[in-house]
Design a protein around this ligand. Structure first.
Ligand code: PEP
Length: 259
């Protein structure tokens, strides 16, 4: 039985003090709910500047910290970049890859996503690979084609061994930060397609074990029905993860559903 994953992507938000207040508050909340954390995994993706702060807080708490991006290169003359080895040296356990904002504003291609996944796996960091279609692609009935192409690109040359840990996030681009959410049926359809592809590319166990999160304007008001779908194992949340009360409410919903 997969557990729920509730992940907060802060994007480029929060000052150091705001980050400190948030993590301290949420750590206390998770400590109070520790008995449920076998069923619900909480991940936070702060800006990389705050990884040390967040990791220190959550050392003794059941919250896992991840980076929002990583370089596709190993090391060297890449000003401004952060390598997977550096993230590993900061005890970072997860990293988002291929977020639609990186694809759109930083021209990240499937090949770059694949190179990043390889760097992360080499450094024992679990990638959360984000995929999703644009509004135009959905209107042109190209959703499946786009999803399969992104999957194929991201997993090129990737093999699983017992330590390989990869999550996926289906994030329709038209639903990110727009207030528009995919209907639970729309999301479930794509999640099922993804799981089927993973089964065919790898095997049934890997596809059954792989957490597939939904992202795109998830909030306390709509998370329950999304999590109730068979192949939705959690949520990658942007805007609503910035407010502690909303983030706590969504974790609470996941806990309640597992009871
Ligand atoms: C995201 O950043 O991955 C995201 C889904 O954002 P939002 O929840 O704000 O749509």
């Amino acid at each position: 039985m997969r557990r729920y994953v509730i992940a907060g992507n802060w994007k480029m938000n929060k000052t150091f003090t705001e980050a400190d207040d948030f993590i301290s508050d949420i750590s206390e909340f998770i400590d109070d709910n520790e008995e449920f954390m076998d069923d619900v995994e909480v991940l936070i993706f702060p800006p990389s500047l705050y990884l040390e702060l967040a990791t220190d807080y959550t050392d003794s708490t059941e919250i896992f910290i991840g980076a929002q991006d990583v370089s596709s290169h190993e090391s060297g003359a890449y000003t401004g970049e952060i390598s997977a080895e550096m993230l590993n040296s900061m005890e970072t356990l997860f990293c988002l890859v291929g977020h639609s904002e990186r694809r759109k504003y930083h021209y990240e291609t499937d090949e770059m996503v694949n190179a990043k996944v390889k760097q992360l796996l080499k450094n024992s960091i679990s990638p959360i690979i984000c995929i999703g279609e644009t509004e135009k692609e959905r209107a042109e009935n190209k959703t499946d084609e786009v999803i399969l192409k992104q999957l194929k690109g991201a997993f090129e040359g990737i093999d699983f061994d017992e330590d390989t840990d990869i999550y996926l996030a289906y994030e329709p681009v038209w639903a990110i930060g727009t207030g528009k959410t995919a209907t639970p049926q729309m999301a479930q359809e794509v999640h099922a397609l993804i799981r089927k592809w993973i089964k065919e590319r790898f095997n049934e166990k890997i596809s059954n074990d792989m957490p597939i999160l939904y992202g795109g304007s998830v909030k306390p008001e709509n998370i329950k029905i999304l999590l109730e779908q068979e192949d939705i194992d959690g949520a990658l949340i942007g805007g609503a993860s910035l407010i502690t009360e909303k983030f706590k409410a969504m974790i609470t919903t996941a806990i309640e559903l597992k009871k």
